[in-house]
Design a protein around this ligand. Structure first.
Ligand SMILES: Cc1cc2nc3c(=O)[nH]c(=O)nc-3n(C[C@H](O)[C@H](O)[C@H](O)COP(=O)(O)OP(=O)(O)OC[C@H]3O[C@@H](n4cnc5c(N)ncnc54)[C@H](O)[C@@H]3O)c2cc1C
Length: 438
């Protein structure tokens, strides 16, 4: 067998499969799950990630299900001041984030993969991979040896059996739940967060809807030290809800539907970056290659950008030389965003006073002075530096194909083109199961 084998049917694996199959390659995706599924709550797809979804054929479906996010806003509860306000709007573009449930993103990507003709093998956990002159093989948990393949992509997330990356565990993780959006005054067009110093944080993210169900959803999250998880379990749920509502009264309506600790998932975060995310006929992408906390909201986007870079590398260099080229295309963007994520995380999740004081007294006032708002906009959109060298314009600018078509019309020609941030989640009911989802 020749063609391309992909380990992991998560965000990066499915996007790679759709892009490569659309380019005419024979693609087989292996995942350990028994039936196609996504575990966990939701995330924000940034403009660059949306552009990759367009290229993969999943953009329209994701937009139909997701919630449009215009801003990310955070207040410190002790003094009530706004200490985070990042706007997606940019002159001449309709940049926005998309809050989406993982199951909706998964369904859209899976449909794109199926339409493109890639094969998906479930119940096919991969244990190891070996390269030989005939190609690269995969050893499955069943004992079967699959392949050889011209190229293998490792997109199996934080628990990759093929990646040498071992992340540095972060002290703080978060409890996450998906709930119906309640009747309340909270604006539906933004990620809203509350902080007390950096040792307490809660947030609410609109998620749009699930396929076939028009109920608007929200992700609600509560920052927690991993070391405090056992104590949280011993605390009655009602006492935790009372504590949360004393911290942020408006969160109460979102906590109402949570009746059991098992309604929440605890996500632990780690940080690490592979310096060399490739080997002969093997490219490592997504969380298997670089992982961080979700504070910058870039992990899924990084996996999507990796997928686009990989597809571009295969197109220009062929499968055998694609891994090194892929790493070259993504190197600086990955390093820059990993460094920014590591720098931002302690401002929102850490003990002590230094980071939150800098956030409130220095960075928050600075963030209102030009050109810092534009800088923050570019960081959030994912295109502070070119995400992929030589990428299609829509990926470089984070603009959807549809928006670019609009820009090419004469009446908008005066609009100048502006050049264009891990985790492991443990289901509380099943401490043995880990997954990089929340
Ligand atoms: C709580 C939380 C919030 C987040 N919020 C955001 C956000 O707002 N924006 C954002 O961009 N990112 C966010 N992220 C990060 C984002 O979820 C990840 O970066 C992204 O899912 C990584 O995609 P991936 O394809 O590398 O891995 P995944 O999507 O995790 O997929 C890995 C796949 O590999 C499979 N697999 C694992 N091991 C094997 C094996 N041995 N054999 C076969 N298959 C295997 C798994 O079953 C899974 O399907 C968040 C993460 C968490 C935990």
């Amino acid at each position: 067998m020749a063609g391309i084998g992909i380990v992991g049917a998560g965000i990066g694996g499915l996007a790679s499969a759709a892009l490569l199959a659309r380019a005419g390659h024979g693609v087989t995706v292996f995942d350990r799950f028994e039936a196609p599924r996504a575990v966990g709550s939701g995330l924000i797809i940034q403009p660059v990630g949306q552009a990759v979804l367009d290229l993969a054929g999943a953009g329209a479906a994701v937009r139909a299900l997701g919630a449009r996010i215009e801003r990310m806003v955070g207040h410190e509860v002790r003094h009530g001041r706004c200490v985070l306000d990042v706007r997606y709007a940019r002159r001449g573009s309709d940049s926005h984030g998309l809050g989406i449930h993982r199951a909706s993103l998964f369904a859209a990507l899976l449909a794109a993969v199926t339409a493109a003709g890639a094969q998906l093998r479930s119940g096919a956990g991969v244990l190891a991979s070996a390269d030989s002159p005939g190609g690269r093989t995969l050893t499955l948990a069943s004992g079967e040896v699959a392949g050889p393949f011209d190229l293998v992509l490792d997109a199996s997330g934080v628990h990759s059996p093929l990646s040498p990356l071992r992340g540095r565990g972060l002290a703080f993780g978060a409890l996450w739940a998906t709930v119906p959006w309640p009747a309340c005054d909270l604006p539906k067009d933004r990620l809203t967060q509350r902080y007390r110093r950096a040792d307490r944080m809660a947030g609410i993210l609109p998620l749009g809807t699930l396929p076939g169900d028009a109920t608007p959803l929200a992700a609600v999250f509560w920052s927690l030290r991993a070391a405090d998880l056992d104590r949280w379990h011993q605390t009655p749920l009602a006492a935790w809800k009372a504590e949360a509502m004393a911290f942020w009264p408006e969160i109460g309506a979102f906590l109402d539907p949570i009746r059991d600790p098992a309604d929440l998932s605890f996500a632990t975060y780690s940080h690490g970056t592979l310096r060399r995310p490739f080997a002969p006929r093997l490219a490592i992408l997504g969380d298997a290659a670089h992982r961080t906390s979700p504070q910058l909201g870039q992990g899924a986007n990084m996996a999507l950008l990796d997928a686009a870079a990989l597809a571009q590398a295969v197109a220009t260099h062929g499968p055998a030389d694609a891994p090194a080229e892929y790493a070259r295309l993504r190197r600086w963007h990955v390093r820059a965003y990993q460094a920014m994520s590591a720098a931002f995380t302690p401002q929102y999740q850490s003990d002590g006073w230094l980071h939150p004081t800098l956030r409130d007294r220095l960075f928050a006032p600075l963030s209102r002075v030009a050109p810092v708002p534009l800088l923050l906009n570019r960081i959030a959109c994912g295109d502070l530096i070119p995400p992929i060298r030589g990428a299609p314009r829509q990926v470089r600018t984070g603009r959807s194909a549809a928006a670019q078509l609009r820009f090419s019309q004469p009446q908008t020609s005066e609009i100048t083109t502006l050049p264009s941030p891990t985790a492991e989640a443990t289901r509380l009911t099943d401490p043995a199961r880990t997954s990089p989802t929340a």
